[in-house]
Ligand binder design. Structure first.
Ligand SMILES: NC(=O)c1ccc[n+]([C@@H]2O[C@H](COP(=O)([O-])OP(=O)(O)OC[C@H]3O[C@@H](n4cnc5c(N)ncnc54)[C@H](O)[C@@H]3O)[C@@H](O)[C@H]2O)c1
Length: 254
């Protein structure tokens, strides 16, 4: 039987590729995104039929999250996985950063996964057990492990979501819901393209190629998400796995 997943931020970048990879592995997928245009554009490029559902959802707004999961509940009483990929970045020094930018990043990157997990829990717990757990995967960032100047509150929100991953893992594990995070380095997505266009005029610089000689592609991250959803990872709980080609592992002496 087809397993069911919700992917937030499913219309672009890492989330979008995760949606496509899950569909290819016969999952039924709900793609949640705040951008209806992006969802509609993705729908046009995919021919996944009834195994793909699009749902407008602003993960930072409790009422929007509640309504989106209500739609899922009407179609299914069970969810096997939740992947929280929705995220935003607003760069700038902490001196420059506006309250609006800070509230946006805290709302989407930090509160968003918590609101979604909370709303998804009854569905994730249905038929789940420690022997056959349902899965939550949160997309954090290497910036939350080794923060970068010029990234404002972004790195702090990602460090916070790594901590929340650990707490959720320990609180929910006994009820058959395991929680892990993936922490990408630079990934070639529209988020990074937008930054590259701006960073010439800012103190923020993208990391560029990793020690492996390239930046990551969305598939590099989706591979790890799929591992976390696999049977092989059923005893892996509360981890934050960097997917950065080794960038954070040592400072480069110049
Ligand atoms: N690209 C990178 O280099 C990189 C590195 C580390 C971590 N990340 C993280 O990976 C995740 C995905 O990023 P990406 O690079 O694919 O970015 P992206 O901009 O390509 O995709 C993000 C998606 O999230 C959606 N979104 C934004 N705000 C939302 C909200 N309030 N509610 C629902 N959806 C919302 C956007 O519409 C977009 O479709 C983010 O959490 C990001 O912080 C990205």
């Amino acid at each position: 039987m087809s397993r069911t997943a919700v992917v937030t931020g499913g219309a672009s970048g890492i989330g979008r590729r995760t949606v496509e990879r899950l569909l290819a592995e016969d999952w039924t997928v709900w793609s949640f995104d705040v951008s209806e245009e992006a969802l509609a554009e993705h729908a046009r490029t995919l021919a996944a039929g009834s195994r793909l559902r699009f749902q407008k959802c602003d993960v930072s707004k409790p009422e929007s999250v509640k309504a989106a999961f209500e739609s899922v509940r009407q179609a299914s009483d069970k969810l096997d996985a939740l992947i929280c990929s929705a995220g935003v970045i607003r760069i700038g020094s902490l001196e420059e950063q506006t309250l609006e930018d800070v509230d946006l990043m805290i709302g989407v990157n930090m509160k968003g996964p918590w609101l979604c997990v909370r709303e998804a829990l009854p569905l994730l717990r249905k038929d789940a057990s420690v022997a056959a757990p349902s899965r939550v995967v949160i997309v954090g960032s290497v910036g939350g492990i080794r923060p970068k100047t010029g990234s404002g509150f972004y790195s702090a929100t990602k460090a916070a979501v790594h901590v929340l991953t650990g707490i959720l893992a320990v609180e929910l594990g006994p009820t058959g819901v395991i929680v892990n995070a993936v922490a990408p380095g630079t990934v070639a997505t529209p988020m990074v393209e937008a930054l590259e266009n701006r960073s010439a005029t800012s103190s923020y610089k993208p990391s560029g190629d990793s020690p492996l000689g390239r930046v990551a592609q969305p598939d590099d991250v989706a591979d790890v998400v799929l591992f976390y959803l696999s049977d092989a990872a059923k005893y892996v709980n509360g981890t934050v796995l960097p997917v950065d080609g080794g960038t954070r592992a040592a400072f480069v002496k110049k």
